[in-house]
Structure formats: C-alpha cells, structure tokens
Ligand binder design. Structure first.
Ligand code: ADP
Ligand code: MG
Length: 259
C-alpha cells in the first residue's frame, strides 16, 4: 500500500512522561494503521502500559500529542470516559469487571454506558434498548464459549475467563480501536490459544488493535507490525520478520524472553 493511502487511526507524536525522576516515556512517535494489529513488546518496566494509559486519558503526557482520527486527545480536557465515547476501548492488565454481577450483566453494562453516556441513564430509553443489548451480549458470550455461565457471578470465573469477559465487555461497545494490555498474562496455554483464536476472529472483522504482549507466540500469531519499547523509548519497529532478527531487540530481551 502506498504512503498516501494509509489510513492512520492513532497518531502519537513526541510523547514524553516522567514519574518523579524516572523517564517512563521518551519522545515516543507511533502511528497505528486502520485495520491492523500493532503489537508493542518490551521488557517489564519499559513503559508499555504507561503508553496505553496516555491514549485513554488515564495519564496525561508531559509533552507531545496524541490524535485519534480527527480528535486531539491531549490538547483539551478529555477524560477517559470522553475518549471511550470516541471509540477507544481497552482491556486492562488487571481485569476490571463487576464480580457481584452475572456475566451477562457485565457484558451489557458497557453498552448502556456507551449509548447513554453515563450510568445514570434515562430508564425509558434504556428499556427500549435493553432487549437488543441483552441479545448481543448473549451472542458474544456464545462466541466466547461462556454462554452456559451467563447467569453465574463473574467473580467466580478463572483469571483467563475474566480476561475474556473483559474483552466481550469491550466488543459490545463496537470500538474503532481496541487496546489490549497483556490479554493472555497468567493464562494456561489452552486458554491462551482460545484467546488467540478469538483475537484472530476480531482481526478478520477489520477492527484496529494495539496489543501489548509478552508471549511471543501470541505476538507472532497476530501482529501485522511490531514496535519494541525499552526504557521508555522505541528502539525498533517493523514487520514481524524484521523484528525477529533485529539485534537491538535480541539485546533488550536477552534472558527475559525468547524471540
Ligand atoms: P510496562 O507496562 O512496560 O511493564 P509501565 O508502563 O507499567 O511498564 O512502567 C514504566 C515505568 O514507569 C516503570 O518503571 C514503572 O515503575 C513506572 N511507573 C508506571 N506508572 C507509574 C506511576 N503511576 N507512578 C510512578 N511510576 C510509575
Ligand atoms: Mg504493563
């Protein structure tokens, strides 16, 4: 594809973030192309989660800009909820679900929050939508192999299933950009493989994704492009084959991961 026909969904320019004396992000430039799965890899403490947090308004960069489609995420007073409404959803490193509620209700809630803009939604318009949202939530749980547990408490799920539930909670919002922070962390191999299959399906739907991941099997199964972060800076970027043999990547990962 030529330079001019690339559609950039997310554009990060010169982003810096310091915590106390620690430079967590150092002059980050990154472009995420529409429909692609872009992986961000790097050792622990490299700044990967911080970078995603700047994209969803949880952390404000000290300098630099982040644009999502036509929106400037860093210039004004955008809060995480406003950014979510624009079409960015995120699976967190630690699952953020409602443990006391059923799986079905967990998946339905973000749809209401998204449509109505607040949890204190208008009960009349909510009632109108509720049936359709319930059907969609149920169908997502079916896709995720969790329909038989739809009415169980989410708090009783295994860690792997909690992470998949959170993914379903994102998908019901029909995001334009999905950000995944270590979606398979702590999962057993068979759970990881199920998640890879789900993410492949999402990829076929054309949704743009950024995925932070330690498991190189997951990265190389899914990524169209890979950026490598070390000590807050991007040290390499390219297609999976270029990254595999990159000397700087081998150096940054020495002893901490297989590439
Ligand atoms: P990664 O996700 O790549 O493991 P993080 O983005 O979580 O790395 O962290 C990058 C660095 O910034 C680490 O040294 C971490 O300790 C530090 N850090 C992250 N968040 C904060 C915070 N809220 N306050 C202070 N330091 C932080
Ligand atoms: Mg992290």
């Amino acid at each position: 594809m030529s330079e001019t026909s690339r559609n950039i969904v997310l554009s990060i320019r010169g982003v810096n973030k310091t915590f106390g004396g620690l430079k967590a992000l150092s002059n980050i430039d990154l472009e995420i192309e529409e429909g692609k799965t872009h992986a961000i890899i790097g050792p622990n403490g490299a700044g990967k989660s911080t970078l995603l947090n700047t994209c969803i308004g949880r952390i404000r960069p000290d300098s630099g800009s982040i644009r999502f489609l036509d929106h400037d995420l860093t210039g004004g007073d955008m809060r995480p909820h406003d950014i979510n409404q624009l079409g960015i959803s995120r699976v967190f490193q630690t699952p953020e679900i409602f443990p006391e509620l059923s799986l079905l209700n967990n998946v339905m809630i973000p749809a209401f929050a998204h449509k109505e803009g607040t949890f204190r939604f208008n009960p009349f318009s909510a009632l109108r939508n509720e049936k359709a949202i319930e059907e969609e939530a149920m169908s997502l749980l079916e896709d995720f192999g969790m329909a038989d547990q739809a009415h169980h408490h989410a708090g009783n799920l295994s860690r792997g299933n909690k992470r998949r539930l959170e993914l379903a909670m994102c998908l019901i919002q029909h995001p334009k950009l999905l950000l995944l922070d270590e979606p398979t962390a702590g999962m057993a191999r068979h759970d990881t493989n199920r998640t890879i299959e789900l993410l492949k399906k999402i990829k076929q739907s054309g949704m743009t994704k950024v995925i932070i991941e330690h498991d190189m099997h997951v990265v190389f199964s899914l990524a169209d492009r890979i950026s490598v972060l070390a000590q807050g800076a991007i040290i390499a970027e390219g297609e999976p084959n270029e990254i595999k043999g990159h000397p700087k990547v081998r150096e940054a990962y020495l002893g901490s991961a297989e590439i």
